[in-house]
Write a protein that binds this ligand. Structure first.
Ligand code: ZN
Length: 348
C-alpha cells in the first residue's frame, strides 16, 4: 500500500489531505472522483492509513503514516477493524440493505481502537437512490468519529444532497512526462515504450501500467501499422478480415467483459492510426525522430513523409476523425472503416 510520496501528481488532492492531517480538520465525508484506473482507491487507502496512524512522521515535506505502528500494520494487510470497505452483494448495484447493514447500523458502534472509524465505498455510483437516501441519514447526523470516503467514476449519479454534504476531490489527469518517468523508474519499462504508453493512457496511470505490462497492446499496435503500411496492395476483404481479428476480444474474455474489451480495442486501434499520422506530420515539420511517439516505426513514417504532402496527411487525419465521429454515433462500423481506408489509400 502506498504513501503520499508514491502518488504521482494530484497536487491539489495531496495538499487537501495533508492540510486535514496537519490541522485535524477532517470532514465526515469525501467523494474522490475519477475514471477507472486513475488510482482513487490507492489515494483513499493512503489517506485512511495516515489518519489512523498513531505515529505520523514528516518525510520529504509530507506527513506520512509510519508503516510500523500496530494501526499501520493492520492497514497494510487490509485488516484494520476501523477501516471498513463497503462491499455489495449484487455486482451491478449497491442496494439500500448494503448501506443500512454495513454502514448505517454500524456507525453507532464506536471505533475499536482508533480515533476514527473510516468507511470506504468503492463504485459509489452504483448506489441506488434508496441506498443514497439511507446514506444521507448518516451524513446529516454523523457521529463525531466517522469519515466516509466515497469513490466514483461518475459523480453525476449522486443526489445533489449527497454531493453538498461531501468534500469533492477530483483525480486529475497525470502529466505524460510524470507517467513516463514512473514507468521507466519504477517499472523498468524501456524509454520508447514508456512514452507510447503514457501518450495512450491520457493521464490515467492505471491504464498506462496496463498497456506497459500487456502484450495485447503491443500486438494491436504492430498489426494496425502493418495493415496501414500495406493498404495499397491489400484486397478490401482481406483487410477487413485482419481488422476484425484485431478488434475481436480474445477467446478467453468473459461474456460480461466482451463489449468493454472490444470497445477498448477499437479505441486503441483508432488511436494508433491517429498517432501514427500525427507522427508523420511531426516528422515532416522537424525532419527528425525526437518527438515521435512510434520511435520504433521511423522507416515507415519517413517513407510516408516523402510520399505525401501536408495536405494529403491532413486529409488522412480528417478522414480518421470523421470515421471516429460516425462510429461514436453508431453508424455501421465496417462500412465506416472501409470508407476511411479507401480515403487513406487515395492519399498514399
Ligand atoms: Zn503508523
Amino acid at each position: 500500500m502506498s504513501d503520499f510520496s508514491d502518488i504521482i501528481d494530484q497536487e491539489q488532492m495531496k495538499e487537501h489531505m495533508q492540510y486535514a492531517l496537519r490541522t485535524g480538520k477532517i470532514s465526515h465525508a469525501y467523494i474522490i472522483s475519477g475514471e477507472s484506473g486513475s488510482g482513487k482507491e490507492m489515494v483513499a487507502r493512503c489517506f485512511a492509513k495516515a489518519l489512523q496512524c498513531d505515529n505520523k512522521r514528516e518525510k520529504g515535506g509530507l506527513l506520512e503514516a509510519c508503516n510500523e505502528c500496530t494501526s499501520c500494520k493492520k492497514a497494510l494487510t487490509d485488516n484494520h477493524p476501523d477501516i471498513i470497505t463497503i462491499t455489495h452483494e449484487k455486482p451491478t448495484s449497491i442496494g439500500v440493505d448494503d448501506i443500512r447493514q454495513k454502514l448505517r447500523d454500524d456507525v453507532i458502534i464506536k471505533p475499536y481502537e482508533s480515533s476514527h472509524k473510516i468507511y470506504i465505498i468503492p463504485e459509489g455510483e452504483k448506489m441506488t437512490v434508496a441506498a443514497q437516501n439511507a446514506l444521507l441519514k448518516t451524513l446529516e447526523e454523523p457521529p463525531e468519529y466517522i469519515v466516509i470516503i466515497i469513490l466514483t467514476s461518475n459523480i453525476n449519479q449522486f443526489l445533489p444532497t449527497i454531493i453538498s454534504r461531501c468534500i469533492v476531490l477530483p483525480m486529475k489527469p497525470v502529466k505524460d512526462d510524470s507517467i513516463k518517468k514512473y514507468l521507466m523508474e519504477e517499472c523498468h519499462v524501456v524509454d520508447y515504450k514508456a512514452m507510447l504508453c503514457a501518450s495512450f493512457a491520457r493521464g490515467n496511470v492505471g491504464k498506462a501500467l496496463e498497456l506497459a505490462s500487456n502484450e495485447r497492446f503491443e500486438k494491436l499496435k504492430n498489426e494496425t501499422i502493418d495493415i496501414v503500411s500495406k493498404v495499397k496492395n491489400l484486397e478490401l476483404q482481406d483487410m477487413m478480415e485482419r481488422i476484425h481479428s484485431i478488434l475481436e476480444a480474445p477467446p478467453d474474455t468473459s461474456d460480461a467483459d466482451k463489449k468493454a474489451v472490444e470497445k477498448r480495442q477499437y479505441e486503441d486501434f483508432m488511436d494508433v492510426l491517429l498517432y501514427l499520422f500525427r507522427d508523420v506530420l511531426v516528422y515532416k515539420a522537424t525532419g527528425n525522430d525526437n518527438h515521435l511517439i512510434f520511435t520504433d516505426k521511423v522507416s515507415y513514417i519517413s517513407s510516408v513523409t516523402e510520399k505525401c504532402s501536408y495536405l494529403q496527411v491532413g486529409d488522412i487525419i480528417d478522414k480518421m476523425e470523421i470515421a471516429k465521429k460516425r462510429i461514436n454515433s453508431n453508424v455501421n462500423m465496417d462500412l465506416t472503416l472501409e470508407l476511411m481506408f479507401m480515403g487513406i489509400k487515395e492519399n498514399l
